[in-house]
Design a protein around this ligand. Structure first.
Ligand SMILES: Cc1cc2nc3c(=O)[nH]c(=O)nc-3n(C[C@H](O)[C@H](O)[C@H](O)COP(=O)(O)O)c2cc1C
Length: 190
């Protein structure tokens, strides 16, 4: 028997990868926010739900570029800090963590050193809501650290050591193990 928990029990959704969204401030310094409300559209773009009052929202509007990095456990304290403090209140929040960044070769946005996988994006469109905008960003390039690639040079999700934000438990969880093959587990019904 399923138990009804009401519409709000869903909170901020189900566990999804926690991301670092990096942009440049007006003075060329780096700002980073923590973001979990993101998806890849079927057109190959990213749709990111970003708070209207955030520094990131302002920076994306001005520079029309951003990078989105996956996070492993070694960056957990930093990504949590980037989600707790706004660059509007603490303009040097990125610098305070001691992390370094270099300019993307493809877009006008920083790439955070130590990220296992970085998605470099250009702003293409925006749909404004009351408190959040959905920002549509075109993926221009994906850069991955060698350590997350398999012997054929393909990205191996388990090697990333990805952490996810778990809204049910207000925590960060790891990805776990591979348990099946997509378009393969169905074969007993074929
Ligand atoms: C686990 C976690 C997940 C978050 N997810 C989002 C999100 O999906 N969208 C968003 O706008 N803010 C999200 N936030 C809040 C922002 O990261 C936060 O408002 C941050 O201070 C914004 O930084 P900025 O103003 O420097 O851009 C999240 C925070 C945490 C800790």
């Amino acid at each position: 028997m399923l138990k009804d928990l009401g519409a709000n029990a869903f909170g901020y959704g189900y566990p999804v990868p926690v991301l670092m969204v990096a942009t440049y401030n007006d003075d060329g310094t780096v700002n980073v926010m923590n973001l979990h409300e993101a998806m890849r559209t079927n057109a190959g773009d990213l749709a990111l739900c970003i708070g209207l009052r955030s520094k990131t929202h302002e920076n994306v509007q001005k520079r029309h570029a951003l990078t989105v990095a996956l996070v492993n456990q070694s960056l957990m304290a930093e990504v949590d800090y980037f989600g707790t403090v706004s660059g509007k209140r603490v303009p040097d929040k990125f610098a305070r963590t001691g992390l370094k960044a270099t300019k993307s070769k493809h877009v006008d946005a920083p790439v955070i050193e130590g990220s296992p996988l970085v998605i470099e994006c250009e702003f293409i469109d925006i749909a404004n809501g009351t408190n959040f905008s959905t920002i549509l960003a075109r993926i221009v390039n994906i850069a991955a650290d060698d350590s997350v690639l398999d012997e054929n040079g393909k990205i191996d999700s388990l090697k990333i050591g990805l952490i996810l934000y778990d809204p049910f438990g207000t925590g960060y969880v790891t990805l776990g193990n591979r348990v099946g093959k997509a378009w393969g587990e169905c074969k007993k019904y074929m």
